[in-house]
Design a protein around this ligand. Structure first.
Ligand code: ZN
Length: 445
């Protein structure tokens, strides 16, 4: 029996979709828009036992499997090649438990992030993982990619909020360590090895996420600044004076194209959204204005005001989604970020005169995003863009991915950020946990 027939016999036709049933359900591509092929079959297991059964069958048949969450990634990490089987976690969803004493939530992998956030809030807690795709991305994908997002400066990435993890290995073995304890020093950290492995080491099925108290006194401002030196001065002052929960920088080109003129009639060289907890924002901004760090500032008087500020940041240009946009997600030493922006913008303009580049990012945690609009987006030009962006990032001591991951789109550039020895260690880990190489082949390594 072939793999698909055996899967159908073991799991039933509702769980194993093929042929015409695929067209309306299976997704060809994540949000990078780079996927082209439908999978051979789409598996929709509703239990951990079914995930285990499916993988053990695929392992025996040496059948490649691509785990899929909400398909909101931007690195091509959930795209299928011809002949791959897709494994959707969407039916394995729901919050199983909120433990108020431990400050923890047990959640299934297919749960949409916003659903988990709302459940935490209803119980009086904050689930601090947050990103623009919250309405469709899934917890399992957030963990598999170690997602970052908007509150990393305050609460860290997914890894810092992950207490326990259950995942299924390539051969079907269930690795279950749903710990709720802050301290757990029992051997190798499989949890943080699987988190961020982009579905190449195991399939995440359930997790224990850390909850925090609901923040009080959230205040939001958008500031106009004349120089990057002022941006750095504002960040240094904020770290001394306030509890920062976001520090988002928009260079003038991005701010203008995303509707910044609705906030400041004259587009400043830099616009920064500052979000704080604890109610100290206004005295902090007064100091920043007095010291000449900030040339103008708007403080949100209502949630609707704050929403208007964030709408500019989250963009008239929604990350990816548009056809002719190439996305970059880099980390750089914060002091060098504007030098990088200037050099990168100039090199792109020289090499590809029809391209327009826009710079913004979670600069408070060293993360720069670039969107490049390039009519037609020809393959060769995309490669030229990659080379410009990644050679510069290597030369300035940064890394080629801050939060989106490696997937397929950055695989060829991983060596810009990791040494030969490190890559060999990664390959050895992959071979040990997935000896047949069936889990998300062609991704990351
Ligand atoms: Zn981001």
């Amino acid at each position: 029996m072939d793999a698909v027939s055996e899967l159908q016999a073991a799991l039933g036709p509702q769980t194993v979709l093929t042929g015409a049933a695929l067209a309306g359900v299976a997704q060809r591509s994540d949000a990078s828009g780079t996927g082209r092929d439908l999978p051979l079959a789409l598996l929709r297991p509703g239990s951990v036992a079914d995930v285990s059964t499916a993988l053990s069958i695929c392992h025996r048949h040496r059948q490649p499997v691509v785990p899929q969450g909400g398909m909101t990634g931007l690195a091509g990490g959930a795209n299928c090649r011809p002949g791959d089987i897709a494994l959707s976690l969407a039916r394995l969803q729901g919050v199983e438990e909120i433990d108020p004493v431990a400050g923890a939530m047990v959640v299934r992998a297919g749960t949409v992030l916003e659903t988990a956030q709302n459940a935490a809030e209803a119980a009086g807690f904050l689930l601090p993982v947050d990103l623009g795709a919250r309405g469709s991305c899934q917890i399992g994908g957030n963990i598999a990619t170690n997602a970052g997002g908007l509150r990393v400066i305050r609460y860290g990435t997914v890894r810092e909020n992950l207490l326990g993890l259950e995942a299924v290995q390539a051969d079907g073995t269930v690795l279950s360590h749903l710990s709720r304890m802050q301290k757990d020093n029992t051997g190798y950290d499989l949890r943080n090895l699987i988190a961020g492995s982009e579905g190449t080491l195991a399939v995440v099925t359930r997790a224990v996420l850390r909850l925090r108290p609901l923040p009080e006194g959230i205040e939001t401002a958008v500031c106009a600044l004349d120089s990057y030196a002022a941006v750095l001065a504002l960040m240094a002052l904020a770290r001394k004076r306030v509890m920062l929960s976001a520090f988002e920088v928009m260079w003038a080109d991005y701010f203008e194209v995303c509707g910044g003129r609705r906030l400041f009639a004259d587009i400043p060289p830099f616009a920064v959204i500052v979000e704080t907890e604890g109610g100290q924002l206004e005295p902090f901004l007064e100091t920043a204005l007095e010291e000449g760090i900030v040339s103008d500032a708007l403080v949100a008087q209502s949630r609707a005001d704050a929403r208007r500020f964030w709408e500019v940041r989250e963009g008239a240009l929604p990350e990816a989604q548009l056809p002719d946009i190439a996305n970059f997600d880099l980390s750089l030493p914060v002091a060098l970020t504007d030098d990088y922006v200037r050099a990168c913008r100039a090199r792109i303009a020289a090499a590809l005169p029809s391209a327009r580049s826009f710079f913004f990012g979670h600069v408070g945690d060293s993360n720069l995003h670039i969107m490049v609009e390039l009519p037609g987006l020809p393959e060769a030009d995309v490669h030229a863009l990659d080379r410009i962006a990644y050679d510069l990032v290597r030369d300035m001591g940064g890394v080629v991915s801050a939060e989106h991951g490696i997937g397929t789109l950055k695989r060829d550039w991983l060596g810009h950020s990791r040494s030969t020895g490190e890559l060999a260690a990664m390959r050895a880990i992959k071979a040990a946990l997935d000896p047949a190489g069936i889990l998300n082949p062609g991704k990351v390594l």
